[in-house]
Design a protein around this ligand. Structure first.
Ligand SMILES: Nc1nc2c(ncn2[C@@H]2O[C@H](COP(=O)(O)OP(=O)(O)OP(=O)(O)O)[C@@H](O)[C@H]2O)c(=O)[nH]1
Ligand SMILES: [Mg+2]
Length: 516
């Protein structure tokens, strides 16, 4: 994970507002200028290509040995300080990869991401191991031998939790728990945990709780078994299975009912909040101001970019899923057209389906946008994977496919020129920016302006001078090609949106000067 410190502002690499009539081609040429400038100022950031496949790894005979992944553990100083305050969970991360499904690089990257997620959730990562395996073991996910090795690692580090980089079947979770003698959770549980910690609004909290319950429901059997064992009930001392049924199962049926009732209550609660959201949305639509939705992978810099577009110099912390509630900011394009920019919740690969479902109403804001800006972290080793993950989630929201989209690579200040050039070639229509330095922002605004729906009502009228402010509004929000200051008033011609057209016609009617 790239940590960024907001340091001194660099001069924006490009600060000329391009003419509105400039074509997409011009904008792309100017984009090359930004890249060029970037190379000349010599801002070469960290080379993010990781040398993952070392020779001796490939030469190893036993390819399926546990491979410790370096650089993913929580920094020592940090854990010590934190540790004194509260007893944080000490976790060991476990993943498997098979040559058919993925590359070792991908598995490593995924484990690094899991490490970032675990730390965001408040855990101390003490070790992370990957195992090469054609398919997961049905009983313990990693196989019984590896489970014992992992048990040793857990004991050596005094860890209390294992996080598996996959979605586990309840039986696999129990099997690994029994072998390693510590709690085992999966990737989805970690993501749900972060969401639960970050939810602040009533709606957000309800959405996350619903997702958590949905996740728990099919897994109750597993939890129930370990709970009844802990409780020392009839099933105590037995390995789940037959012995764990009986009274435990009755309890489970009860739990299931309680959970289902709670879930339907939450659904109703969320549905009730929908009208409030609709009211806010309607007031935005009434004002005829187009909306731009900022979407992207978590930590891509969506909030920083939204702030930068709005001219707000606000520090945004380096945290995954920092934003859960959508926020709207008013932004003005180079020609003064106002638009509402909506900052949204970040995505992550394999985002739990329960969350996508629960956050549907929030995500629907995206479906109503006029333009979608897809922000991508250019410093991430394989941004393409993040783009694919985000597109997969977007595809689950109705009505998104018809909205014009723009890919924006952010953090160009920290990316190497080679990477930026590669990305520019792979995505020729994309724009490179830095929310931190402001580089590329005027271009981005110009491109957004290009993509906004065109005001489509033609108007030709003479407006009394007392309505001068209406004319400036028309200049800002519409496109006027003629503005003449005559004795009888201001003669204008051009295109404006509906509400402005009505107001202008009314004003013109006062002097009976309507010509069209
Ligand atoms: N170097 C660099 N860092 C940046 C830039 N933009 C954002 N960051 C950093 O990236 C991290 C994430 O930024 P956010 O704006 O919170 O990202 P986000 O996409 O809103 O993240 P979530 O809301 O958590 O999904 C922060 O530490 C920012 O300071 C940039 O242009 N350059
Ligand atoms: Mg954010």
């Amino acid at each position: 994970m790239v940590t960024y410190q907001w340091g001194e502002r660099l001069t924006p690499a490009f600060d000329v507002v391009p003419d509105q009539t400039s074509s997409a081609q011009d904008i792309l040429q100017e984009q090359s200028a930004v890249l060029d400038q970037h190379s000349r100022t010599g801002q070469v950031g960290t080379d993010s290509s990781s040398s993952i496949l070392s020779d001796d790894w490939q030469q190893r005979e036993s390819r399926n040995e546990l491979r410790h992944i370096s650089g993913i553990t929580t920094a020592d100083e940090e854990s010590e300080i934190e540790y004194r305050k509260i007893r944080l969970e000490r976790v060991v991360l476990v993943g498997i990869w098979s040559s058919q499904d993925s590359s070792l690089q991908e598995a490593e990257e995924s484990l690094r991401e899991l490490s970032a997620l675990a730390q965001t959730a408040g855990a101390v990562v003490v070790d992370g191991v990957l195992q090469h395996r054609a398919r997961p073991d049905a009983a313990t996910y990693v196989g019984s031998g590896k489970a014992r090795e992992i048990a040793n690692i857990v004991a050596a580090h005094d860890a209390d939790t294992i996080i598996v980089d996959a979605d586990l079947a309840p039986s696999q979770r129990r099997g690994l728990e029994d072998a390693a003698k510590v709690k085992v959770v999966d990737r989805t549980a970690v993501i749900l945990d972060i969401f639960a910690q970050h939810a602040t609004s009533k709606e957000g909290k309800a959405q996350v709780e619903l997702a958590q319950l949905e996740y728990m429901l099919p897994r109750l059997r597993g939890w129930g078994a370990s709970l009844s064992r802990q409780a020392g009930g009839q099933a105590a001392g037995q390995d789940g299975g037959i012995g764990s049924r009986g009274p435990g199962e009755t309890q489970l049926e009860l739990d299931r009912r309680v959970i289902r009732t709670r879930m339907s209550k939450l659904r109703k609660k969320i549905a009730k909040m929908e009208p409030q959201r609709a009211v806010k949305r309607a007031s935005r639509t009434r004002s005829q101001i187009p909306t731009v939705a900022i979407v992207g992978y978590t930590n891509a810099g969506k909030s920083s970019l939204t702030n930068r577009l709005a001219g707000v110099d606000e520090l945004v912390g380096n945290a995954l899923f920092a934003t859960l509630d959508t926020a709207v900011r008013r932004v003005s394009t180079p020609h003064g057209r106002p638009c509402n920019v909506i900052d949204t919740v970040g995505f992550v690969r394999r985002l739990p389906t329960q969350l996508v479902e629960a956050f549907k109403s929030t995500l629907e804001e995206v479906a109503l946008a006029d333009v979608i800006v897809h922000v991508v972290d250019a410093t991430y080793p394989q941004p393409e994977q993040q783009i694919v993950a985000v597109n997969q989630i977007l595809a689950q929201i109705d009505g998104v496919s018809t909205i014009p989209q723009l890919i924006v690579f952010n953090k160009m200040d920290a990316a190497s020129l080679a990477v930026l050039e590669r990305l520019h070639n792979a995505y020729p229509e994309s724009i490179m920016v830095s929310a931190a330095t402001g580089a590329g922002i005027p271009l981005l605004l110009a491109q957004i302006e290009h993509m906004l729906p065109v005001p489509h009502i033609e108007i030709e009228a003479t407006i009394p001078y007392t309505y001068g402010s209406l004319v400036s509004k028309a200049q800002d929000r519409g496109s006027l090609d003629r503005v003449q200051w005559l004795a009888e008033g201001i003669a204008i011609h051009g295109f404006v949106d509906e509400s402005l057209a009505t107001q202008l016609m009314k004003a013109a009617a006062e002097v009976g000067a309507v010509e069209n």
